[in-house]
Design a binder for this molecule. Structure first.
Ligand code: 0X9
Ligand code: ZN
Length: 305
């Protein structure tokens, strides 16, 4: 089995980032967008094809929740696929010729490292609070979208602790700053999680309907149809609040409110048999079906914008 059909430690992923950018300078550019609470670098890979104007861009982040190992595995898979199949596969070529693709492979490096060394089921980052012995905030509750209302917790010991204030966590702030400074080109935001096989879109922070709900729903429907058709697997889709639960402070809702008109959270395999502990032999299928969903949505967005 290949490198991409295994899970990798944080150190290995940093090595991979270095090698991948060095080996493909014509397509990949390395951008440092900030650092984590424990001072790990937050690297974004910018993928681009041949220049074509006007430039648009899309964003994919992985590993916001530490224990969801299939998520960073997908970001690596995606980058490798883009590099290998540019000018060979129509969809990825079309994507790269029309959009710069920014990929953040590990949004929560401290938490990810902790799941490899101390506690496999860790979810949050590793920031410390002055007034509590408990560690970490849920980075997907730390964005400024109905921050810390119902569906998040003010208690530092809880799994969905929202942090001291919106963007109190350096990882969330780095992502928010980068997206703010690129908001005029950014047309599509994707955040990769696991598990439960769902394609979610705004809103999760309230039961309100997104202004372009119908478009978002159609894109998600098309993506789910392609997964079913090509991989015989079922993905649910819909607005987060109605499809799973109210969960304020998420990156997808925040990015959408910033003005990025197409925003999705993917929950990859499985449906609970292994949960976060998805065995490596399932990585290929999980990533391929997610890839077809990314392609479907990105090509749809290119057509619309
Ligand atoms: O609760 C979450 O943050 C995500 N589910 S997970 O099991 N991976 O933790 C869902 C996120 C959906 N989007 C927002 N809540 N904004
Ligand atoms: Zn998650």
């Amino acid at each position: 089995t290949s490198y991409y059909e295994k899970y990798h430690s944080l150190e290995d992923i940093y090595d991979w980032i270095n090698i991948t950018t060095q080996d493909h300078p014509e397509m990949v550019q390395l951008i440092l967008i900030g650092s984590s609470y424990e001072k790990q670098p937050l690297f974004v890979l910018k993928l681009s094809g041949k220049e074509r104007h006007p430039k648009r861009a899309m964003w994919i982040d992985c590993g916001i929740h530490a224990r969801e190992w299939i998520s960073p595995a997908f970001c690596l898979w995606f980058v490798q696929y883009a590099i290998s199949f540019y000018n060979l596969n129509y969809d990825i070529t079309e994507m790269l010729n029309n959009m710069d693709i920014y990929v953040l492979p590990v949004l929560n490096p401290d938490g990810y490292k902790y799941t490899w060394t101390k506690n496999r089921m860790w979810r949050k980052n590793r920031s410390r609070q002055e007034d509590s012995f408990c560690v970490g905030a849920d980075l997907n509750r730390n964005f400024d979208a109905n921050w810390c209302t119902e569906g998040a917790s003010k208690r530092p010991c809880d799994e969905t602790y929202c942090g001291r204030f919106p963007e109190s966590e350096p990882e969330a702030m780095a992502v928010a700053n980068f997206l703010r400074s690129h908001k005029h080109v950014m047309k599509l935001y994707l955040s990769i999680h696991s598990y439960s096989q769902m394609l979610l879109f705004p809103y999760s922070c309230s039961y309100e309907e997104a202004t372009n709900h119908q478009e978002l729903n159609e894109l998600a429907h098309e993506a789910a149809m392609n997964i079913r058709r090509y991989y015989r697997n079922l993905y649910k889709y819909g607005p987060g609040a109605k499809t799973i639960y109210l969960a304020p402070g998420g990156s997808d809702d925040w990015a959408y409110n910033l003005g990025i008109p197409y925003s999705f959270t993917f929950e990859l395999q499985d449906k609970g048999q292994y949960g976060f502990l998805l065995p490596p032999k399932y990585i290929a299928k999980a990533c391929n079906e997610a890839l077809i969903a990314v392609k479907t949505i990105a090509l749809g967005v290119i057509k619309k914008t």
